[in-house]
Ligand binder design. Structure first.
Ligand code: ASP
Length: 352
């Protein structure tokens, strides 16, 4: 009997692979001891950035990436590397995430974040947080300590308290530069200048995201943001929506997106890129390019993505004038680029 079942299975498996190639195929694992981490800090235009701003952001990203690199180099998990790298960027105050989150129209930051494990498809996400210093950590706790995928607003903050996370006052997020630009936009709004109501999207950027592949061949992705400039209170973007701004699946790829989230939600951008890889068997680069540089462009959807597959292929297309990224591999060189389309990459060592 057992023998007959074994024989049937051995016949069926290749048949299923023939009929449903995407479903049965298991993405090839990378060679052991190779690993990759790629990070972004938002898509937008740096041409009007204040002096020193690009350098400060680049430095803060490098500090963060070094921490993720150390975890991966010592055999740690991609999930830990993603969370740690994003936490460092949230704490720095240089990005639209955690300490540097933009203000809503009501003058209070509201933050969203998500993390996803490509090995198990477990995911955790949080949105509309006002008192959490590290939204990415809370997203991880939602993934690991609750039966849910997403918690929002006061419910998410109550859960944070139950996990021993201290709620911080909105003053923790105070940032003079952002407060000044908020006040300018607010007074323009009062004078009913409609362009100020929308915010000058291409000038603004700073969402952070990381995708990593660890030595065990597992992908993870995470994104953290204060959302768009002058967003309405209660507005949630793509970053915490699994499949829109954040996605990871060992069978295809990991993606973190940045840009005007409404377009990324309508186009389920992150999942679309991964599913093209999985079902159409196109390269990661083609899948990401087709979505970001064709479909989003046709809809005037501004932004970009970082994407990484299990073979260590990385692609970082953006249809804005800039999207700063940093990539590090087992060779320990962090390659920073993207503050303009023509910027020469800067390479720095990843060892502390
Ligand atoms: N995608 C983010 C949002 O819409 C913003 C950004 O990436 O700049 O909330």
């Amino acid at each position: 009997m057992k023998l007959a079942r074994f024989a049937a299975l051995s016949l069926l498996t290749p048949l299923a692979a023939l009929l449903f190639p995407g479903r049965v195929r298991t993405a090839a694992a990378p060679p052991a001891s190779s690993f990759v981490l790629v990070a972004h800090c938002g898509a937008g235009d740096y041409s009007k950035a204040p002096p020193g701003f690009i350098e400060s952001r680049r430095e803060a990203m490098i500090v963060a990436i070094k921490q993720g690199y150390a975890i991966l180099a010592s055999g740690g998990t991609s999930l830990d590397a993603v969370e740690t790298t994003i936490r460092s960027m949230e704490d720095s105050g240089f990005f639209d995430a955690g300490r540097g989150a933009y203000y809503t129209r009501a003058g209070v930051p509201e933050m969203d974040a998500a993390i996803m494990d490509g090995r198990t498809l477990a995911a955790g996400s949080v949105a509309s947080l006002q008192h959490i210093a590290n939204p990415i950590h809370l997203a991880r706790l939602v993934m690991e300590k609750t039966p849910h995928v997403m918690l929002v607003g006061p419910g998410a903050e109550e859960f944070a308290k139950s996990q021993g996370i201290e709620l911080v006052s909105p003053f923790y997020f105070y940032n003079e530069r952002l407060w000044e630009s908020y006040k300018k936009a607010k007074s323009a709004e009062e004078k009913k200048q409609s362009s100020a109501l929308k915010g000058d999207r291409d000038d603004e950027h700073g969402t952070v995201g990381v995708v990593a592949l660890d030595q065990q061949g597992n992908l993870a992705a995470g994104t953290s943001t204060g959302g768009t400039v002058m967003k309405m209170p209660g507005r949630v973007g793509d970053s915490p929506i699994i499949g829109a701004g954040t996605y990871a699946n060992n069978e295809s790829c990991g993606v973190s997106a940045t840009g005007t989230g409404e377009f990324f939600m309508r186009n389920i951008v992150a999942a679309d890129i991964c599913e093209r890889v999985r079902y159409l068997h196109v390269s990661l680069e083609k899948a990401a390019d087709d979505v970001v540089m064709k479909e989003l462009v046709d809809q005037h959807g501004d932004g970009g993505v970082i994407a990484l597959d299990r073979q260590g292929n990385v692609t970082t297309p953006f249809n804005t004038t800039g999207m700063m990224t940093g990539t590090v591999r087992a060779d320990g060189k962090i390659v920073m680029k993207g503050w303009s389309k023509t910027a020469e990459p800067i390479i720095v060592p990843a060892s502390q």
